[in-house]
Design a protein around this ligand. Structure first.
Ligand SMILES: Nc1ncnc2c1ncn2[C@@H]1O[C@H](COP(=O)(O)OP(=O)(O)OP(=O)(O)O)[C@@H](O)[C@H]1O
Length: 231
């Protein structure tokens, strides 16, 4: 049986007097590619912030398995345009996660890791290009590479493909899917894009005001997602 990596048990969260969700249960298995979908404001970002431990549950539990130390979380944010004058090269940007106060230079093993991850994310040819001058898709790949640098076993893509063109979306998700399959990287993909979720995810968690549903992605019917973009 596949091991669990994250369990939500009767999870509830409220911002002061605003209840976002209650009674949320989910068992995320190692190597799963889970898509979290739902209308604006249902609590997807809140759930990610709980997983990132920026927020604490107001009810129930969220547990990492077999223990907290065993689960390393990587995070790829929503696309934000970076100033074209941004001076760091793609390579230096990816290596930023290694930077330490007082010791900004990377050692040999760290340089090797940066170079391996640039190769894995297909950025090696353009590693010296200033990030500010990269395309939207390349910038997102650089965020992906940065998130993968520390070898997470749980990767969160938080609307990371929103506002990319269709080719860049596919390239990014093909890459993530390949790593998911080859290295058993567990992926949580938060998206409003139902066709993309259908194409890449194994399972879904659909949040909706006052309830949630989960299952294999093939069961995510258009009736369930209602007015969401399911063209
Ligand atoms: N810091 C906060 N204080 C109070 N309410 C908040 C705060 N952050 C979010 N909310 C509210 O909590 C609810 C859930 O917000 P959240 O951002 O998690 O939803 P979401 O599903 O990620 O939405 P979207 O798809 O628009 O990103 C919303 O009603 C939002 O207005």
């Amino acid at each position: 049986m596949t091991e669990s990596i994250l369990k939500l048990n009767q999870l509830a969260f409220a911002y002061s007097d605003k209840q976002v969700f209650t009674n949320l249960n989910y068992d995320l298995k190692k190597g799963d590619f889970l898509s979290i979908v739902g209308e604006n404001g249902v609590g997807k970002t809140t759930l990610m912030r709980l997983i990132l431990q920026e927020l604490k549950p107001t009810g129930g539990t969220l547990s990492f398995l077999p223990n907290r130390q065993a689960v390393k979380v990587g995070y790829v944010p929503q696309f934000r345009n970076i100033d074209s004058e941004y001076p760091l090269s793609i390579q230096d940007f990816v290596g930023l996660n290694f930077a330490r106060v007082g010791l900004p230079w990377l050692n040999r093993a760290e340089r090797k890791r940066v170079s391996d991850i640039l190769a894995e994310t297909k950025l090696i040819q353009m590693r010296h290009r200033p990030l500010g001058q990269a395309s939207g898709g390349e910038k997102q790949k650089a965020y992906l590479a940065q998130a993968l640098l520390d070898q997470p076993n749980l990767l969160i893509l938080d609307e990371s493909t929103a506002s990319l063109d269709p080719i860049a979306k596919t390239e990014l998700l093909d890459l993530v899917k390949q790593i998911n399959q080859e290295q058993q990287l567990t992926v949580i993909f938060v998206t409003h894009d139902i066709p993309l979720a259908r194409r890449y995810a194994d399972d879904y968690l659909f949040l909706s005001a006052g309830h949630y549903e989960a299952g294999p992605i093939a069961a995510l019917t258009n009736e369930k997602v209602g007015d969401m973009d399911h063209a």
